[in-house]
Design a protein around this ligand. Structure first.
Ligand code: 26Q
Length: 790
């Protein structure tokens, strides 16, 4: 038993787990000791949860995701267990600062962006709600690449989070499965040509107040024959360990593309590797308790996070039919009873499909199964126009749809568009399948933990019930009209901005004015997210400030952060342009006190936790119809940064909740976007109609920001004045107007604070607890096992 006293627990781990004397321990040692002490407490909750799930024979939820963007775990664990005060005091007793210790932890960056972070928020909410669940994914040795800038250009370096020991996971050498690739298939079976082991690593995820903990199980590749002694004895040392290197390659690195398909063999291998290992594990657990496979749908709900784990469907059918002798149609029905699919994008270039030759070479039996499933579906629906097969490809979206009991979109707008665009035909055949579950974010990480000042003010005002029941924030509404309270609210924001300014100075050597409006756009770099619209507006603003430097300007700090996929050339040019523009604008003495621009390198979850509480204005400016939901938008609103945004994704619902008067709306609607694209020369017309826009584009074209290479941004300029598919130019004028509206409100401190506070008070619905309750009720049929009022 670990010591009851938390301080003793830390010192015991420092001494006996790390072999360090407190007098000589480094911050790393203390962080590990604290992590182990916290982990011990989590393990107690974890085992109790597992026992209860078994005892109740409860339905389990399995969340399959290629990505879990969890970030740091220590601070979350400490706070969810209510150990913060004890941890703080204990560390202070040894001359250490709590924040220094918890921020020593590297981020687990096992995801690209929204989809991966959503999976992490869901894991925390599943535990907070006491829903018996497992997350299944890949234990990437290297997470999302590290970004730096060289002369303003993005550079990529490997990320190395596992170079230090990782205190949260338990290796499970006994939980391994042998998986095959290639070879030949017959009508009843498969003889793979190569095999690899998937080995499990378990991380407990503890919920709010430590009442429940679930497992995040990540798979790692291991060789069947790790060491060839014959080759070694013959002096072929590299060849002797080749098998091991090859097997490990499968879980080596996270693919950094999040919006284009890549079509690489290793990617399919990764997808099959973790999906199959998970399905094997799910069946093993089921069969340990039940004899009747017909009960599977009542005991197992599998959620596919996008199509990346879609192959879990055919694998489940294969295991039921080929390996257990179940009738094929029955196996398909059982699979359909367990599987559900979440769609996260409508962008055609991001919809997964695989070349059938490549697919068939790696997974020959699965290709047969898919063909049979597809043929059966076609027979049942002779008038249908779409198929999971065709044009020599395997279409993972259609496959997932056909094999799912429920298919969901991630915001109301997105779900509506799914029905009328990508899944139009399938929806008409199965009108009950598509439902909406608007995304949410965990309020523990994204308000309580990242914004302790605001959390304390809220708790002081309405008690702490909001942390587990976020809609209680609404009780704040009447306080917003209390001038004294509003000043306290504003003081929290000012303090957060001052802290961020100190960090930006320390980490990046840039001086920011905490009085200025902090206007922040942080997300992956993509044309549809339109960081170039933001930088064009910034350039136009700078030009106008130079015209009349003594006019009554609202000082602004424009902050950008985010990574571009290494192969996405246009996105990298946008980064370069922002950095180039920042250099010129920041060096301009006439505007220096009014406008600053910074692109912070290597955006990650931890950086978001610093930036969001210190933001005044949230940039959510995607072309309407393109952003499935967004989740950053919710985090900003919750932390009191009103949105300047389009009617896209969950922005629509945010505006409905916080009120139109607390949201800076601009731009075309999704319908207007379609109509606008049909107009000939729409970009040229938009540019001609707005002299500000023309002047900003001209400056870029003339090399104002790239004096040594005037044509550097020809690609961007030609795109914006030519096809401009994402309608940057057409939305510019209204964006400028919305930004100036924001300026005007910001000069009235009380009006701005009220708007910010109303965003906090009315964003409670965007808790991922609400989202998960929706999945539990509408999709999984799962129940909370929390003991009432424990
Ligand atoms: C696919 C095939 C091959 C390689 C990579 C991929 C791939 C990987 C990641 C495709 C897409 C992604 C990530 C997508 C994503 O993050 N989508 C976002 O999901 C959020 C959560 O629902 C939404 O809020 C965002 O609107 C959506 O863009």
């Amino acid at each position: 038993m670990p010591p009851k006293d938390f301080r003793d627990a830390i010192v015991t781990h420092l001494t006996y787990s790390l072999g360090k004397d407190p007098d000589h321990a480094t911050v790393f040692d203390w962080r590990m000791a604290l992590s182990f002490a916290v982990r011990d407490r989590i393990v107690d909750a974890w085992m109790a949860s597992t026992r209860r799930t078994y005892a109740k024979d409860a339905k389990r939820v399995y969340y399959l995701s290629m990505e879990f963007l969890i970030g740091r775990l220590l601070e979350d664990g400490v706070i969810n267990l209510g150990l913060e005060d004890e941890a703080r005091r204990a560390l202070e007793g040894f001359g250490l600062n709590f924040t220094d210790v918890v921020t020593d932890e590297p981020d687990a960056a096992l995801g690209n962006g929204g989809l991966g972070r959503l999976a992490a928020c869901f894991m925390e909410s599943l535990s907070s709600l006491g829903c018996p669940a497992f997350g299944y994914g890949i234990r990437y040795e290297h997470g999302l690449f590290r970004q730096s800038f060289e002369n303003g250009r993005q550079m990529e370096a490997p990320e190395t989070w596992l170079q230090q020991p990782h205190p949260w996971e338990f290796e499970r050498p006994e939980a391994r499965f042998l998986l095959g690739f290639g070879g030949t298939a017959t009508a009843t079976g498969w003889t793979p040509a190569e095999t690899v082991y998937a080995e499990a690593y378990d991380t407990p995820i503890v919920g709010w107040q430590g009442r429940w903990a679930n497992t995040l199980r990540l798979w790692s590749g291991r060789a069947v024959d790790p060491f060839n002694l014959e080759k070694f004895n013959a002096g072929e040392f590299t060849a002797a360990t080749e098998g091991e290197a090859l097997a490990r390659t499968i879980s080596r690195v996270l693919y950094p593309e999040d919006s284009t398909e890549i079509g690489k063999a290793l990617r399919i291998k990764q997808e099959y590797f973790f999906s199959a290992a998970s399905v094997h594990d799910i069946l093993r657990r089921f069969e340990a308790e039940h004899a009747d496979l017909g009960l599977l749908p009542s005991k197992v709900a599998i959620q596919l996070n996008d199509t990346h784990p879609a192959i879990a469907g055919p694998e489940l059918i294969r295991l039921l039919h080929d390996a257990r002798g179940m009738d094929f149609d029955e196996a398909v029905r059982i699979a359909q009873g367990c599987l559900n699919y979440t769609n996260h994008t409508l962008l055609p270039e991001a919809l997964e499909s695989w070349d059938e030759t490549l697919f068939g070479e790696l997974l020959p039996r699965h290709l047969q199964i898919i063909d049979r499933v597809d043929a059966a579906h076609a027979k049942a629906h002779p008038k249908r126009k779409v198929s999971a097969r065709g044009d020599g490809r395997v279409k993972m979206g259609e496959l997932s749809f056909i094999l799912a009991n429920r298919v969901n979109g991630v915001s109301a707008l997105h779900t509506g568009l799914m029905k009328t665009t990508v899944f139009k035909d399938l929806n008409s055949l199965h009108p009950e399948k598509i439902i909406n579950e608007t995304n949410g974010v965990t309020p523990r990480r994204w308000l309580h933990n990242c914004n302790p000042g605001l959390s304390a003010l809220i708790t002081d005002t309405i008690g702490d019930g909001w942390i587990g029941d976020l809609e209680q924030l609404e009780i704040l509404v009447p306080h917003v009209d209390d001038a004294g309270w509003l000043e306290r609210y504003a003081a929290v924001k000012t303090a957060n901005k001052a802290a961020l300014s100190d960090w930006v100075m320390d980490a990046h050597g840039l001086k920011l004015d905490p009085q200025a409006m902090f206007d922040v756009q942080i997300k992956r770099i993509h044309e549809y997210k339109r960081q170039h619209l933001n930088i064009l507006e910034t350039i136009a603003l700078w030009q106008e400030m130079k015209d009349t430097p003594n006019a009554d300007w609202t000082p602004r700090v424009k902050l950008f952060a985010g990574k571009a996929a290494p192969g996405y050339f246009f996105a990298k040019e946008i980064i370069h342009l922002i950095n180039d523009a920042a250099a010129v604008i920041n060096a301009d003495k006439t505007t220096n006190d009014k406008l600053k621009v910074a692109f912070l390198p290597n955006y990650n979850v931890s950086m978001a936790e610093r930036l969001i509480p210190a933001s005044d204005l949230s940039e959510q400016i995607s072309t309407a119809g393109k952003e499935a939901s967004g989740t950053g938008n919710m985090k900003f609103a919750l932390n009191g940064a009103p949105t300047v945004g389009t009617l896209d994704g969950a922005n629509v619902e945010i505006r409905e909740r916080v009120g139109a008067e607390n949201f800076f709306l601009f731009g075309m609607t999704a319908d207007e976007v379609e109509a606008r694209r049909a107009i000939k020369n729409h970009a040229a017309k938009a540019v001609a109609a707005d002299p500000r826009l023309k002047r900003a584009i001209d400056a870029v074209a003339k090399g104002v920001f790239s004096p040594g290479e005037k044509a550097r941004y020809k690609g961007i300029v030609d795109n914006l004045t030519g096809p401009d598919y994402f309608l940057v130019t057409s939305d510019f004028t209204d964006y400028w107007r919305a930004q100036r509206d924001a300026d005007a409100v910001f000069t009235d401190t009380a009006a701005w604070s009220k708007m910010a506070a109303m965003n906090t008070a009315l964003s409670g619905w965007f808790s991922s607890d609400r989202t998960i309750r929706g999945y539990m009720a509408d999709i999984w049929g799962a129940e909370s096992l929390l003991e009432k009022d424990a």
